[in-house]
Design a protein around this ligand. Structure first.
Ligand code: GLN
Length: 309
């Protein structure tokens, strides 16, 4: 029986919040350094339209790496899986999300999966459209469809802050370009990628997107099939194998919920067939995952037996 009341969630948030002190907010993107380390919020969206929540649920945060799985869904819809997987692999790396190491040792040097930065840059490169603006709008309108909220946009300050400091991501792009995996101008791709990562929403919106993945691509409120079941299945599989970076194995054992995190402290969870979860807790552990967010998911998974395994 899943958690049904916001009171129960409030108790779990209070418990999980204690470990926020032992983490740190990301500051390699300078604008993210302004986040409040003690924030922790959660929303759970059920197929019948009910939503329970706890914490600062109205606060908006940028998606960062959570955008990678949404962008992957879009590109799989627009280009088909055969084409996409000619450009990016399906295997976890066991390395940090921004590592360049495997790109050099793998042959051919296509990125191992779409959840590491190198792979995500390739997927963003594949968004269809004739200009950065057109491609960004394609992604944004997909997000509007997923959330039923057409006011969602990106945070200019965070996008600019990352654009000005993303030296490592630029290095990944140049490597990919040298090896003919991407063709476009690096600055152009960086503009699109940093805008994508800076798309902002609150935990309610995020839980709603998680719900669509959980229900094999169907939005239960409109009854619309937003993505083919196969696309939702591929995305959820990546969430299990690489959604929590190089902590995905331990996360699968301890929690067992397909999830994707971002360095702003967001986590999107999709409990297959049941509900969507949105979490925001900007204090991160050493691998870049929300430390209190993971604790909260662990409590939820144990209390309500949510592991899919
Ligand atoms: N892990 C993340 O959330 C990384 C996203 C961030 N925009 C980056 O590319 O570094």
């Amino acid at each position: 029986m899943p958690c049904r009341s916001s009171d129960e969630l409030n108790t779990l948030v209070a418990k999980a919040k204690k470990c926020a002190k032992s983490g740190k907010v990301a500051d390699y993107i300078p604008a993210l350094g302004k986040a409040n380390q003690d924030d922790l919020s959660i929303a759970i969206h059920y197929p019948d339209g009910r939503c329970i929540s706890a914490g600062c649920i109205e606060k908006r945060f940028t998606l960062q790496s959570i955008s990678k799985v949404i962008c992957l869904a879009l590109v799989l819809i627009d280009r088909g899986s055969n084409y996409v997987f000619e450009h990016v692999g399906m295997e976890p790396t066991g390395d940090p999300f921004n590592s360049i190491a495997k790109l050099e040792t793998m042959s051919p040097s296509k990125p191992l999966n779409p959840m590491i930065n190198a792979g995500a840059l390739v997927v963003t490169h594949l968004i269809k459209g004739n200009s950065v603006e057109e491609r960004f709008q394609r992604l944004l309108s997909f997000i509007h469809e997923l959330t039923s909220d057409s006011t969602i946009n990106y945070c200019e300050e965070v996008a600019r802050s990352e654009f000005e400091t993303a030296h490592l991501n630029r290095a990944l792009c140049y490597f990919l370009k040298q090896h003919n995996i991407i063709e476009e101008d690096v600055e152009q791709l960086m503009e699109l990628y940093t805008k994508q990562c800076a798309i902002q929403m609150n935990v309610l919106d995020l839980a709603r997107i998680g719900l669509v993945f959980a229900l094999d691509g169907v939005d239960p409120l409109s009854g619309k099939q937003i993505m083919p079941p196969d696309v939702a299945r591929i995305c959820k599989t990546f969430m299990v194998t690489c959604g929590m970076y190089n902590a995905s194995g331990e996360f699968a054992i301890k929690i067992g919920i397909p999830s994707k995190s971002g360095v702003s402290g967001g986590i999107m969870g999709a409990v297959p067939g049941k509900f969507g979860i949105g979490i925001f807790g900007p204090s991160l552990d050493e691998k870049g995952n929300s430390i209190a967010g993971i604790k909260l998911l662990e409590l939820l998974s144990k209390n309500y037996k949510l592991s899919m395994f």
